[in-house]
Design a protein around this ligand. Sequence first.
Ligand code: SF4
Ligand code: SF4
Length: 476
Amino acid sequence: MNETKNKEYQLNNYRIEKINNKFLITTDHGSWCFLNKEDFDLLIKEGFQEKPELFNVLEEKGIILTNENKDKIIKLLKDRFHFLFQGTSLHIIIPTLRCNQKCVYCHASSKPIDDKGEEMDEETAKKTVDFIFQSPSKTIIIEFQGGEPLIKFDIIKYIINYAKKLNKEKKKNLVFTVVTNLTLMNEDKMNYFIENSVGVCTSLDGPAELHNKNRPFMNNVESYKFTEKWIKRFTEEYKKKKIENRKMNALITITRESLKYPKEIIDKYVELGLKDIHLRFLNNLGDARPVWESINYSPEEFINFWKKSIDYLLEINKKNIFLRERTCFIILRKILTNIDPNFLDMRSPCGAAIGQLTYTPNGDIFTCDEARMVGEDIFKLGNTKKDTYKKILTSRQTCGIITSSINDSQICDSCAYKPYCGICPVCNYMEQGSIIVNILKTARCKIYKAQFTYLFEKLQHPEYKKIFVDWIKKSE
Ligand code: SF4
Ligand code: SF4
């Protein structure tokens, strides 16, 4: 007997993307499936009650809603947007804008090492930590960025001490990280970071010749040797001290020059024993702006490079060498699990203000790290010396920016990748001079679309799916 024939159902909201000769169907709560042409036609015509096995798949995925699955689908939707109810967790503090490198794409518009510009003093540091602890988030991550933050190691220590002191009463899950070019690292600082459980993240753009070209050190000294030395040293020390939950992290920024090195970049990360690589495209921010034409590339050129790199990475993983690409990892967690990984730059609304805030040396508050790099005050929300967290988070300006990061435009609303995607008001503003844009013309939309399609295609192959599942299982 056909038990589905008279079963009551309601069609859920779904979106379609044709990939090769199959139809990808996605839902707001993140479930998805591929249908062949025959089943797709039955979905469109609502003829699936005649085919119980199709009805069951659609019910299981929540593409149709029934009395049996509705509670599960509501829970999945709630879980997917869990981040909306948390409060700001990531707080990026800029102790100084000075730096001893002059990277070709420096988004932070760093100042020369001998600049007499503004540095964070103890009073501002204290007010900033007081402000941060007003966030209702149970987790507080304080991340030090720059300039080169190790130039103000004294302020880093002051902030860590003061935050720890406040936390005796607040009892938050308090986490510290520092993003450094490693050129000022020494044994004492390394020991301090390890003893105080401060995560360390650096930049590694690939093999020495590429890294040195993208990230020149002052006085023509090559920066690569510092990076390699300290990545190895930290890794060795973590191992020696049996610290298993901590690893050295490195970020890479892809310039036009980098496009020549898809394999060499991966090989360098493998050689240094790193477990994650994040092939990030350039943003037209800070010092990248005046040289944009010489360092940038088209979205198509980037995607071509990215696909070549991932194809190579997958071949390496097939040989049981573990190295995971972070954009893939973020997207795959959205596709293959029920929980959004809460990556602030790829979610809707994005992390601006509600997920992260950034504090400059004088205590100015920006919606996010990228926002301070625009060179205008459009994303500046206030100052820690005079404003409260509540005032900042409820202001019309903040709400307007958050709203502009929700991917609910007509275009996004008909895109199959909407449940997993996110838009960036800062990048939109830099590309089109407004936070409301023609989304299809943005580089991010073109790149994300191609990345989603690539991953959904690869998921059709069991050998690649196995690697992807393995990447997710070994979560951070
Ligand atoms: S505005 Fe852009 S850079 Fe800032 S948090 Fe949102 S997505 Fe990220
Ligand atoms: S930004 Fe582009 S890829 Fe993302 S949901 Fe909107 S249309 Fe789709």
